[in-house]
Write a protein that binds this ligand. Sequence first.
Ligand code: HEM
Length: 510
Amino acid sequence: MVGDVEWTLTTTCAVVFPLVMLLLMKIWKKSENVGVDLPPGPKKLPIIGYLHLLSSGLDFRGFRDLSQQYGPIMHLKLGSRDTIVVSSPEIAKEILKDNDPVFAERPQNMLFWHNNSDILFSPYGEYWRQMRKICTLELLSIKNVRSFSSIRNDEVSHLLDSIRVSAGEPVNLTEKIISFMSSIICRTAFGKVSKDKDSVPRLVKEAMGMSATSSVSDIFPSSRIAQALSWGTKLRFMRMCRQLDVILDGIIDDHETNRKDSRRGNGEFGNKDLVDVLLGIKEDGGLKIPINSVDIKGVILDMFHAGTDTSSSTVHWAMTELLRHPQVMAKAQAEIRKLVKEKGNTNSMEEEDIQQLNYLRLVIMETLRLHPPCTFIPRFSREKCKIGGYTIPAKTNVIVNAWAMHRDPKYWTDSESFKPERFANEASLDTTGSDSRYLPFGSGKRICAGMTFGWVGVSLILAHLLHHFDWKLPHGVHAQDLNIPQTSVVAGPEKDLVVVATPHQSLPNE
Ligand code: HEM
């Protein structure tokens, strides 16, 4: 009898104790932020969570609309995570400049490359520092970018030839721009054009799209609903990663084989390219944090993704805006053609000449204002911090809504219009994030690592397209048809730009 009671007591304790502990942990977790003066924000309803807000969309446009109600610093609970959305330059400055080290982390719940061993998503720390340094030294520094000018000029000739053969016919310019940018990345970072150069950006774009759709599950308050919703996406995402893995393994295998067969590097000029350097470091060791093949693949993917999507989206939007504003197109063309004429060479343009094209610079800056390729700057708080008078707890996701700030009428006159001239009178505005109204490349420690690489590629291709051709829309397509709103977070175009090019008359037959 006594034995029975003891057995019942022990069993009850064994079952009840863990349950009580679980309950206490849940209450403790819930009360973590109790009494913390979080910024205001929309209420998350039981069961449906933020479903009632879906009409405005929980994207950069929806967050801009919500910020008009709740203010420039807003709190939401996306999934189980505290998230702060920032929509004013003053608060962005507090995050990206005044408290840069606190917010130099990326959000932890973003689905991406394996264990986020690339640069873009890797946690702030020694590994990120060493990988960013290697990429800068070997590929992205101003000196390196200059040294690749012959590769860029070669690719420009291919591009112009491919447009000339379909002169007078509709041509898918978006596809050509992506292919151009992808070839440049391949030849400079991996030594030659990869046969998969066009499929990698497409796969990465799809994968990024999935990463964004997984956030739809964040709308719901229950982590179980969230998990069930994101399960299918995660599976599809993993399938996509496997496809990418095969392509990236191919690039690494090629490099390994050539490294064994010859003492020359795989670079176009017989030098070592970025992948050679990373493989060498992997073998020799000598780094504070050793790297493996997965890390190298993460970096290759970063270069493809961060380097191709952003730059090609900028050229796509610049050409779209120029077609919608023929007087701006004419002014930009006149500047380029005048410079080429003055140089006495009607056919070619040196890269140094292109850097002197002041109006073209204004056109690119205005394009990046209205269509920043990264609409959000994603960060994460490493410790508790006071921002805008509110407390931001440690481990909070932070979204700086650059898209909203770039279009805020409080800071920009006639903010929705494409007016490159506005930048002529704004001496303080550059691309380095020094003025928080304008953040196309981000700011602070995690500022874009490929800013020079990107800027040079974008200005080169635009200068040549505008110099060599006159552009119009295909029969039956009107400028207002190009007014397609941007929807994705990494703001690639929703629809390809199809245009008709005519070789510029004053140019000799090329
Ligand atoms: C017009 C072209 C481009 C734009 C507008 C752009 C924009 C951005 C932005 C907004 C960020 C986030 C910055 C932040 O958190 O503060 C970023 C990060 C990054 N970008 Fe770019 N980018 C461009 C081109 C490129 C190119 C060509 C490359 C490389 C070939 C590149 C490589 C990177 C890398 C590696 C990061 C991660 C930096 C880090 O987390 O430390 N980008 N870029």
